[in-house]
Design a protein around this ligand. Structure first.
Ligand SMILES: [Zn+2]
Length: 309
């Protein structure tokens, strides 16, 4: 088997169904789903894996991380200090445009990027990308599976991974009705509709800028609602895009069998043994007329672009 793993990157804004997409695809015999893998190096001694055990003690991650610590000659006790997979301020980089790193990634020219590789933020960022690719290759070899999923969603990470390994990365862009996304943010963390809509539009703009220099055959756009209504067909499309056979068994992942790093409390809170896609359209009754008006002022053109009326 080729040493370098193939990366399936799930991009999109939060609350689009990326977790369930990762879990179902990760249930395919040729794919391992890693979830929001950048969080692996954030307090892995107390942070829980998708299986419910702390990352450092999990049956999947523990032997792998020990192997990596051994190979890199770093102590297992605090491996994450020596092998970071995210910058402490990664979230900030994405929100407050534009840093030199982001501009370079948007331009997407490797020669120009090379000139700035010594600049401290750019250097640090590409070190975590290198660590991430090292980890993916280890997992691919360890699990004897050619494809891994990174569902971090962050557009900066997406583009940096793409520029580092352009021939081995495919991107799934998952979108959902913006009204559902702002309603979810309102419900969960009381985000005002205006703020939620602006965040959603900004994330998608950043994504669009990063995608501009990536050729169209490298990514596919999937709508959350289609994934729920037309599940088999959409997964047939996705597997054919990746270049693997469709396997109907993947649609029924069993809880506790997957080790995605959660970005979403859903992975721990779900009581069902078999995970199924359930369409969530609570926004239809949750948003007031005034809130819908605020959403439409800021977000209706983007929503229409994704095909929502
Ligand atoms: Zn686990």
């Amino acid at each position: 088997m080729d040493q370098a793993s193939n990366v399936i990157y799930i991009a999109g804004s939060g609350r689009t169904g990326s977790t369930i997409l990762d879990v179902i695809l990760g249930n395919h015999p040729k794919i391992v789903g890693l979830g929001e893998i950048h969080r692996l190096s954030i307090e892995p001694d107390i942070r829980k894996c998708g299986c419910g055990t702390e990352i450092n003690n999990c049956e999947f991650w523990n032997p792998l991380l020990k192997q990596i610590s051994n190979e890199k000659k770093i102590p297992f006790e605090n491996w994450w200090d020596f092998f970071p997979l995210t910058l402490a301020k990664e979230k900030k980089i994405v929100k407050y445009l534009p840093s030199l790193l982001e501009i370079l990634l948007m331009i997407g020219n490797k020669k120009i990027l090379k000139i700035f590789l010594k600049q401290s933020l750019v250097k640090k960022y590409f070190e975590i990308i290198e660590n991430s690719l090292f980890l993916y290759d280890k997992i691919s070899k360890y699990s004897d599976v050619p494809y891994i999923i990174d569902s971090t969603k962050n557009p900066v990470r997406m583009k940096a991974l793409y520029l580092s390994r352009p021939n081995k990365i495919k991107i799934i862009l998952i979108v959902r009705d913006g009204r559902a996304i702002v309603a979810s943010a309102k419900r969960r963390i009381k985000t005002p509709i205006e703020v939620g809509t602006t965040n959603w539009v900004t994330t998608n703009k950043n994504l669009e800028l990063m995608l501009r220099t990536i050729s169209k055959e490298k990514y596919i756009v999937v709508r959350y609602e289609d994934l729920c209504d037309d599940t088999e067909n959409i997964f047939r499309k996705i597997t054919s895009f990746i270049g693997i056979d469709y396997d109907p068994k993947m649609l029924r992942p069993v809880k506790g069998n997957f080790h995605q790093i959660p970005g979403n409390p859903w992975l721990h809170n779900n009581d069902d043994d078999v995970i199924e896609i359930k369409k969530d359209e609570r926004w239809k009754t949750e948003l007031t007329k005034d809130e819908l008006r605020i959403f439409n002022n800021i977000g209706s053109s983007l929503n229409k672009k994704f095909g929502y009326r």
